[in-house]
Design a protein around this ligand. Structure first.
Ligand code: ZN
Length: 390
């Protein structure tokens, strides 16, 4: 089936240019991009009336079963969590997001959702998932994570996640803000424990990412060969050098500390989380700026599901990246082609090019001119189908 998306301003993220163009889609794939395309008469046409077409956005750090309103965050049944997660998938689509990576959900619900989206049973962004995070006993994320101690048990835990169908293994190298009684700066899983997990993941072609905030924990994770650092609050020159040498990725999740401080205790965020965020907030932003400037590969993720960090909030991360000194084009690059590279899907997604899947995020005004324009999505297209319209 052929379809024409006409009269758009189309972003070529590789050339970093916006040009007036039509996009011809055939069977969900981009067949041609340009003006005066040779198209069949009576072809199904969507008139974009000068709106700007970006590649579908990526959010590489979400918790799809998590509730961002701390006042509603209470223990729930798996059925309730699944319903909530399906609503969250729709929220991602409504903000132009067509690809997410879940880095820690309850009871393998993320794995079921990924498969249901892939088979067309339900609508949602494409997904890569990690099942339950692996943490030390009593460590960050223990309430929903798989607690494991010692290299042998960590190896077993990694094998369990791979057996369940995880694409990524998520581990906890340090404490964090949202778990009571642990500190962001303190290291948790040891280098030997993480190395056993990395070895198991890589043997099966899966990748690894770690919640890592304190400096020693970040270095432990890098020494273990972790592929992607999440948050990376206390990166120093030595850690950045190692990341550059090893080709490690950073997903900064600037939204997480931003919204905890914005809404604070008055908004129902636990006092311990606000106190810890007050300490780490400025370091977090400075660390991202330093790593980006040094050339560390960065992808977009929000930590959606943490307090007041909603599942339709991916554009907020781009706004915060621009506040941190990136150009709008650079911020869009992190959330499209760079994130596609982190997910290993850059051959089929992440840019609007012939031969790639027709995943688009469409905006009334051009986000490359003013990043605030990205906060209101007009239309989301996935595999050539309109899956959201404002
Ligand atoms: Zn997270």
């Amino acid at each position: 089936m052929k379809k024409l998306f006409k009269n758009g301003k189309v972003l070529d993220i590789i050339a970093k240019q916006v040009k007036e163009a039509d996009i011809l889609v055939e069977d969900g794939m981009i067949a041609a991009v340009g003006k005066d395309l040779d198209v069949p008469k009576n072809i199904k046409t969507v008139d974009l009336k000068g709106m700007t077409v970006l590649p579908g956005l990526f959010n590489c750090h979400v918790h799809i079963t998590s509730e961002p309103d701390p006042r509603k965050d209470k223990p729930k049944s798996d059925a309730a969590l699944t319903i909530q997660a399906m609503n969250n998938l729709a929220l991602h689509l409504s903000s132009g997001v067509t690809y997410i990576r879940d880095v820690g959900s309850a009871n393998f619900i993320d794995i079921e959702l990924r498969d249901a989206v892939a088979s067309g049973q339900i609508q949602g962004p494409d997904m890569q998932v990690s099942g339950r995070c692996i943490c030390m006993t009593g460590g960050h994320g223990w309430a929903t994570g798989r607690q494991a101690d010692g290299p042998d048990e960590c190896r077993k835990a990694a094998r369990e996640m791979l057996r369940a169908g995880a694409d990524w293994i998520k581990v906890m190298a340090t404490g964090g803000v949202m778990t009571k009684g642990v500190e962001p700066g303190a290291e948790q899983l040891t280098t030997a424990e993480m190395a056993a997990i990395v070895e198991e993941a890589h043997k099966k072609g899966a990748l690894t990412c770690t919640h890592a905030q304190g400096n020693t924990g970040i270095k432990n994770a890098l020494a273990a060969g972790i592929d992607c650092i999440e948050h990376g609050i206390y990166l120093d020159d030595e850690a950045i050098d190692t990341m550059l040498k090893q080709g490690s990725w950073l997903v900064p999740t600037l939204c997480a500390p931003h919204f905890i401080l914005k809404y604070g205790i008055a908004g129902g965020v636990p006092e311990y989380a606000v106190r810890k965020t007050e300490i780490v907030h400025d370091h977090h932003f400075a660390s991202f700026q330093k790593a980006y400037k040094a050339g560390v590969k960065c992808a977009c993720g929000t930590d959606a599901g943490t307090p007041y960090n909603p599942h339709n909030g991916t554009p907020n991360e781009l706004v915060l990246m621009v506040k941190s000194g990136l150009t709008p084009m650079e911020a869009i690059e992190t959330a499209t082609i760079n994130s596609a590279r982190l997910m290993g899907v850059e051959k089929s997604l992440g840019s609007i090019e012939v031969g790639k899947k027709a995943h688009f995020a469409i905006f009334r005004k051009d986000p490359t001119e003013d990043i605030d324009n990205i906060t209101v999505c007009q239309m989301t297209v996935k595999n050539g189908e309109i899956v959201y319209k404002k």
